[in-house]
Design a protein around this ligand. Sequence first.
Ligand code: BTN
Length: 266
Amino acid sequence: MALVDRDLLFSHLTTAELGRPLHYFDETDSTNTRAMRALTDGTARHGALFVAGRQTAGRGTDGSRWVSAEPTGLWMSLVVEFDGRTTPAIALWPAIAVAKALRDGLGVDAHLKWPNDVLVGPRKIAGVLVESIARQSAMAAVVGIGVNLDQPSFTGELEAVAVSAKMVLRREVAIPLVFGRIMTELERAWRQPSEWTRQWVALTRMIGRRVELRQGGATRHATVESLTDEGFLQVRGDDGRPQVVISRGGLDVRVAWEDAPAGGLA
Ligand code: BTN
């Protein structure tokens, strides 16, 4: 696999706002941890990007581990500053950009699982970890994005749930090219917040689908109807009542995909 370095990534960056400055590390603990440290100590501002070849302590949502010890994917975290009134749909924005980049740039049939997983079939190709802090008049967030690109396969517990671009396309994928494309889509989408919910709906297969909502030991079943303007999931429970689902820690949304392994939920 081709080696990636800062200059190579930088040469694929065509954005004006996001990805500037670009910090690259061959190895770090977690780009989210690094970016959050820089944000809180005041050394990173809006647009700063932290990319790593390897992460020794990559983090996923809800305290899970994100396997990224090899330079087989895109492991990066972007700092954004925004008006506190900006819609909570901000959590959806990175996944929209990643799915578009994978679809238009690589021809991968990527789709979105609420709130911000990018799937191919029933398996995850990219995940997003948004960690935000409130300031006096504004908000700032670290948007961590992990994209599986060059793994030849996954084993163990990841086998049924993870996939890479290489596994889908059956060829090697140039990480810097995908990086440039994702950054372009991130910046384009960042400038059109009023489009986020419409674009998210266009890129998901969840509408009309049955879901299992697991939280704090309780399980509910429902059918997805739409997305609210705030980016919450609008469902109808099996009792016929409409409900709005808000993405909170510990909520596990399982979907009955027709192509899920063994016909189950994923
Ligand atoms: C998820 O669980 O779906 C979110 C995964 C987010 C992984 C990325 S990789 C770059 C950044 N650094 C981290 O430690 N996590 C995010």
